[in-house]
Design a protein around this ligand. Structure first.
Ligand code: SF4
Ligand code: FES
Length: 249
């Protein structure tokens, strides 16, 4: 395939940035989207130009690092995949492809297609953990009965890889699908109930501080999420938040 690429180039966080046009040739339909960008970057390096900066790590849908907005969709036109799992067979010879960073106030652009998503780390640090006594007399987790339905829902929520596609897709730049998943994976298990109230209050508080918008139930986040995280996790987070906010006598 021969393709025209329109790519967002931005020197650093202060640069205004602009779309720049590139051409790539002989792209195999079996290549991943990031491999196609590798071909472009090799071309740029060979001609003495600055390669395009983009995030990636595992390249197998696990780490959540890859974060491209492709033809107006987070992670591109396929469903249930991250950018690194997107294949060039989703495109046609002669296509023009628009490639931009994930855009949100809380995800400032660092360079080209790389954005700063440490806001997610700070939300996690605010409550995305459980405190466990590791002195040697810890209760065996397998000795605590958990309903199968709850175990399954907790596992589904734990599939969130923190990629930020939900934020990039949402017209309000809301992070509620991400935070809902992180709150739910603990709220559904007895181990997570001990600190449940503080967790949801602190994580939602941090989410607001970071400048993410609110959820208005459009559902675009659920459609673009590569891990199929359900909107019901936002509803669960809201219930958890409400009950944690009610003062007990
Ligand atoms: S909820 Fe989905 S889209 Fe949002 S960060 Fe988690 S995996 Fe990514
Ligand atoms: S590079 Fe790890 S999920 Fe894409």
């Amino acid at each position: 395939m021969n393709l025209t690429l329109k790519i967002w180039r931005q020197k650093d966080s202060k640069d205004k940035g602009q779309m720049v046009t590139y051409n790539v040739t002989d792209i195999s339909e079996h290549m991943s989207f990031l491999e196609m960008l590798d071909v472009l970057n090799e071309q740029l390096v060979n001609t003495g130009e600055e390669p395009v900066a983009f995030d990636h790590d595992c390249r197998e849908g696990i780490c959540g690092m890859c974060s491209l907005y492709i033809n107006g969709e987070a992670h591109g036109p396929d469903r249930g995949v991250t950018t690194c799992q997107l294949h060039m067979r989703m495109f046609n010879d002669g296509d023009t492809i628009f490639i931009e960073p994930f855009r949100a106030k809380a995800f400032p652009v660092i360079k080209d297609l790389v954005v700063d998503r440490t806001a997610f780390d700070r939300i996690q640090q605010a409550g995305g953990y459980i405190s466990v006594n590791t002195s040697g007399n810890t209760q065996d987790a397998n000795a605590i009965p958990i309903r199968k339905a709850n175990a399954d829902l907790a596992m589904d929520a734990a599939e969130c890889i923190g990629c930020g596609a939900c934020v990039a897709t949402c017209k309000n730049s809301s992070a509620m699908l991400f935070v809902g998943a992180k709150v739910s994976q603990y709220a559904l298990l007895p181990q997570g109930r001990v600190e449940a109230k503080d967790r949801v209050l602190n994580m939602v508080n941090q989410m607001d501080k970071e400048g993410f918008g609110n959820c208005t139930n459009t559902g675009a986040c659920e459609v673009e999420c590569p891990k199929g995280i359900s909107l019901t996790n936002i509803a669960r987070m809201n219930r958890e938040y409400l009950s944690a906010s009610v003062k007990e006598d």
